[in-house]
Design a protein around this ligand. Structure first.
Ligand code: AMP
Length: 324
């Protein structure tokens, strides 16, 4: 999606991916190698104006070696849920209670500190037990809703925020994003993200996932990259997160982050509905990633721009029917 956004700007792309099946091969040269393969990293960066990443488990040293943006420090602090939560605490960004089971209280959600995403590596604990060295306990938050704020900062410090998005997860996997979120605590959320951007010397797109609970905002995690809850911006915003990410890391002027119309994005997970049925919905924009179906795998998404709730419900129904 970065490649698709950049080609109209006259940009050309080279990608590094461990899989020869990477969909990015459709929009640029693909180097197939491990993320930390020294020769592949040299090839990746050769002649490039900028290097970036869109997967937060890229090895920090690999990102550092090619002077990738966002800064590798953001990657480093975000890869470990404990250092991430400690960073939030240091910056005065509220979170769920965390640490040992005693710190978190019961019931607690136990998460693996590293390599957890889409709810992987999480379990619910109802009684105290010693945690592994690589685990972290969190208070189970009974939130009113989940929100995310996607922001972009340019090389010159110019900072823009897309409207806050409201997100629904199932089994820890994002299903639906609606933006702009109604009655959004915009100023408070933007202030929290600004603290992060300042601390990290940030350039590029960042996403902060938040719980709204009893009128309070608690930070769950940040992602130093373009984010699934920002996919609606491709069709629903003046400038997409992908285009603005490229503009940011290349030192180009940023584009408007205003919404064109209220939008909803529905992930296509595990299976893809009939494309014609999706396209028949008013305001529908279909994005298929060209990945092989696998249970729980995000294969694409559909964004409904300016659509009424019943159209969104129908898209969710079609996605659910095909999902596994
Ligand atoms: P994560 O892998 O941390 O992004 O978590 C995935 C999803 O699990 C979140 O979007 C929430 O729906 C849920 N979740 C994570 N942490 C908590 C928590 N401390 N309390 C309640 N739900 C949570």
């Amino acid at each position: 999606m970065l490649g698709l956004a950049g080609i109209p700007l006259g940009l050309r792309f080279r990608f590094l991916d461990p899989s020869a099946e990477a969909p990015a091969a459709e929009v640029g040269e693909l180097v197939v190698a491990a993320y930390d393969d020294p020769a592949a990293l040299v090839r990746l960066a050769e002649g490039a104006d900028a290097v970036t990443y869109e997967f937060e488990n890229v090895p920090v040293e690999a990102a550092r070696s090619v002077r990738a943006l966002p800064p590798a420090r953001a990657l480093e602090l975000g890869q470990d849920r404990l250092t991430e939560k400690d960073l939030f605490a240091r910056l005065g960004i509220p979170t769920a209670r965390y640490g040992s089971v005693a710190d978190a209280g019961l019931p607690a959600l136990v998460k693996s500190r590293r390599l957890g995403y889409d709810g992987k590596g999480q379990r619910l604990l109802h009684a105290d037990e010693p945690l592994g060295q690589h685990e972290l306990a969190e208070e189970l938050v009974s939130f009113d809703r989940e929100l995310s704020l996607v922001a972009v900062r340019g090389l010159n410090g110019d900072t823009r925020f897309w409207p806050l998005a409201e997100n629904e997860h199932r089994d820890g996997i994002l299903r639906v994003t609606r933006a702009p979120a109604p009655h959004a605590p915009t100023a408070a959320a933007e202030e929290l993200v600004t603290r992060l951007l300042d601390e990290l010397g940030y350039v590029g797109v960042i996403a902060l996932e938040l719980f709204e609970a009893g009128g309070r905002l608690l930070a769950n995690e940040f992602a130093p990259r373009v984010h699934n809850t920002g996919h609606w911006t491709i069709d629903g915003a003046e400038t997409s997160q992908f285009e603005n990410h490229l503009r940011a890391i290349l030192g180009l002027p940023l584009g408007s982050t205003a919404a064109r119309a209220p939008s909803a994005m529905v992930n296509l997970i595990g299976g893809t509905p009939d494309v014609a049925a999706l396209l028949a919905l008013p305001g529908a924009h279909v994005h298929l990633y060209g990945k092989d179906p696998r249970p729980g795998r995000k294969l694409g998404h559909v964004t409904l721009v300016g659509a009424h709730g019943d159209v969104v419900d129908e898209a969710i129904r079609l996605a659910d029917e095909a999902s596994c």
